[in-house]
Write a protein that binds this ligand. Structure first.
Ligand code: NAD
Length: 267
């Protein structure tokens, strides 16, 4: 576990931003895809972002944010590892300021029939997608400000089943109920807990998923897009915007719920 290596002075909040520059938002899975887009968005709007990922490429994301004048710290961390999560939070705690936002976004997917799914594969998906959210939430609780916001990246698989995605559906469905339970538990501290549920998003995970299908890549993509009434993938930036809304004060009476960002997939 590397310790915190870079910090930067936060810029004044841009005019009209929803997030105050005093805000500190921790995002997991921030080296790629949706989490990376979210890191840039929150930083552009004045938040001090703390980025966790098991991929050391997260440092490049933080460096880009700092180069643009934002405030970002990358901490390498496998969110399924209790010790690494504890160490990352200890390293992130340097400023003594509470966290105002926690976005548990790290996730992995695996396309396979349940009959073929090994215990190892099952455990790997549950460990990152569900146990990881539990670990970062529990570890964050003492350092979350009252009135803070927690967000989990679920999926359409939080509410709609698909064949060959048993562990993924179980993990993402579990996240929704974890969020609902936490929303009630943390309401006395005015901490809101919600889930964002993307459909197909143009990220490395989505491309890897399409590659793993038993049909050609092009056919898999065409079928995937056809399942979304808006007829395309979401961009990571679009999903990040919805995440930003849910975590902002604009969603101040919204807790324990799920926001579908799925181009009409579940309509
Ligand atoms: N891309 C989609 O179509 C889609 C749809 C619905 C939900 N999601 C969810 O969105 C989230 C982000 O996915 P993405 O599409 O941006 O994928 P991505 O692969 O681009 O990014 C996922 C990031 O999570 C990190 N990560 C994975 N396991 C980790 C672990 N144990 N500890 C720390 N970091 C870990 C990866 O290194 C990567 O940087 C995931 O939870 C995924 O399930 C994605």
């Amino acid at each position: 576990m590397a310790s915190m290596t870079h910090t930067a002075t936060c810029l004044p909040t841009p005019e009209g931003a929803l997030v105050r520059s005093s805000q500190r938002v921790l995002i997991t899975g921030a080296a790629s895809g949706i989490g990376r887009a979210g890191a840039h968005l929150f930083a552009e709007r004045g938040a001090n972002v703390i980025l966790l990922d098991r991929d050391p490429g997260g440092e490049e994301v933080a460096a880009k944010i700092r180069a643009a004048g934002g405030c970002a710290t990358f901490l390498p961390c496998d969110v399924s590892d209790e010790r690494q999560v504890a160490e990352a939070f200890a390293a992130a705690d340097g400023s003594g300021q509470p966290l105002t936002g926690l976005w548990s976004n790290a996730g992995v997917a695996h396309f396979q029939s349940l009959a073929e799914t090994s215990l190892e594969a099952w455990n790997a998906i549950i460990a990152t997608n569900l146990t990881g959210a539990f670990l970062v939430t529990r570890t964050a609780l003492p350092v979350l400000a009252d009135g803070a916001s927690i967000l989990y990246t679920g999926s359409i698989s939080s509410v709609r089943a698909a064949a060959n995605f048993g562990p993924y559906c179980a993990s993402k469905g579990g996240l929704l109920m974890l969020a609902k339970s936490m929303a009630i538990e943390l309401a006395p501290r005015r901490i809101r807990v919600n889930v964002i549920a993307p459909g197909a998003v143009d990220t490395p995970m989505q491309h890897a998923d399409m590659m793993s299908r038993p049909v050609s890549y092009n056919q898999a993509v065409a079928e995937e897009i056809a399942a979304h009434p808006l007829g395309r993938y979401a961009s990571p930036e679009e999903v990040a915007e919805s995440a930003y809304f849910l975590m902002s004060e604009r969603a101040s009476f919204t807790t324990g719920t799920i926001l579908m960002v799925d181009g009409g997939f579940s309509a």
